[in-house]
Design a protein around this ligand. Structure first.
Ligand code: NAD
Ligand code: IPM
Ligand code: MN
Length: 327
């Protein structure tokens, strides 16, 4: 089993190092590849052909984070590599769980390879600049089915978040969800406009179970859900295709404000590793063990974002120690 690792930029390599420490004892082949700003500097492109090919051949792809302030406003950006990689792997189902270990336990199912990120964009002769939100019925149907399947395994409640009072694509989402719903009569469906959904997540996130939503709404709401359940340092994600390798990455970015200081919280990365063990390799026991070890470290050696004093390495030492305690 082969995992391609893309450390990336900023705190990406710092949290990837933590992932390597917990993965190295496992019977997996780990192969690092250049990606993001690092790859632009060396190869003139954020997603070199060899990196893409290695990802396609892998059983799973693990990503730290990409993005650097020096590329702000540049024609070629690290983020373009990530958009291209997600599209090439067709990892349309982005699972972003948030839990506070108490009342809140919600799962955002974000459509990842469509919408405004992938629609037509450009500039007309009269200087109008545009980004277009586009969706087809099959694109919506496959993510809606994922949402229903996941809701079925949880509390059987699905909230479709959209902007159907304004957007044509959102009205299509509602039509498709209504049609697909008849195959999942055990799941209760509600619709919520995205502005209200943001307010409800901030106010009372415990009301949600599974949220299914389009690409950009899911991007924004998942940062918010992370914020109300302990912060971005904790939020993991899995991006899944129908067959082919999944992509596993924290919700957070390269955090330029803390990069190089050794204080990044590796929890989001390590929880993404747990999601990889579960979804890519069916290793549920190993995934739960890693999650418990991370939980122990959060209590015994919290990082600064959690109000503690531990750095990335000290936190990871605790994780490794707790993993040892489990056997
Ligand atoms: P960010 O997620 O990098 O950081 C936002 C805030 O959260 C910062 O204050 C940061 O210090 C903090 N934070 C994030 N991760 C943390 C961690 N593990 N531990 C402790 N604190 C953490 O968002 P940003 O600053 O808006 O973006 C920076 C760059 O990252 C941009 O170039 C952006 O495009 C990119 N980005 C990449 C990804 C990705 O690679 N998947 C995701 C989001 C943003
Ligand atoms: C995320 C990030 C990315 C996104 C950026 C870096 C392209 O914010 O994974 O949440 O918007 O999808
Ligand atoms: Mn984001």
């Amino acid at each position: 089993m082969k995992v391609v690792c893309l450390p990336g930029d900023g705190i990406g390599p710092e949290v990837m190092e933590a992932a390597m420490r917990v993965l190295e004892p496992l019977p997996l082949e780990l192969e690092a590849q250049p990606f993001g700003g690092e790859a632009i500097a060396k190869f003139g492109t954020p997603l070199p052909a060899a990196t893409l090919e290695a990802c396609k051949q892998a059983d799973a792809v693990l990503l730290g984070a990409i993005g650097l302030p020096k590329y702000d406003g540049a024609a070629l950006r690290p983020e373009q590599g990530l958009i291209e990689l997600r599209g090439e792997l067709d990892v349309y189902a982005n699972l972003r769980p948030s839990s506070d270990g108490d009342k809140v336990d919600l799962l955002i199912v974000r459509e990842l390879v469509g919408g405004i990120y992938y629609g037509r964009r450009g500039r007309t002769e009269d200087g109008v600049v545009f980004d277009t939100c586009e969706y087809t019925e099959p694109q919506i149907e496959r993510i809606a089915r994922r949402g229903f399947e996941l809701a079925r395994k949880r509390s059987k409640r699905l909230t479709c978040v959209d902007k159907a009072n304004v957007l044509a694509t959102s009205r299509l989402w509602r039509q498709v969800v209504e049609r697909v719903k008849s195959d999942y009569s055990d799941v209760e469906v509600q619709y919520m406009l995205v502005d209200n959904a943001a307010m409800q997540i901030a106010r009372a996130a415990e009301q949600f179970d599974v949220i299914v939503t389009e690409n950009m709404f899911g991007d924004i709401l998942s940062d918010l859900a992370a914020a109300v359940t302990g912060g971005l340092g904790l939020a993991a994600s899995a991006s899944l295709a129908d067959g082919g390798p999944g992509l596993f990455e924290p919700v957070h970015g390269s955090a330029p404000d803390i990069a190089g200081k050794g204080i990044a919280n590796p929890t989001a990365m390590l929880r993404s590793v747990a999601m990889m063990l579960e979804h890519a390799f069916g290793e549920e026991t190993a995934a739960r063990e890693l999650e418990h070890a991370v939980e122990a470290a959060i209590h015994e050696a919290p990082t600064t974002d959690l109000g503690g004093t531990a750095g990335t390495r000290e936190f990871t030492d605790k994780v490794v120690e707790a993993l040892g305690r489990e056997d």
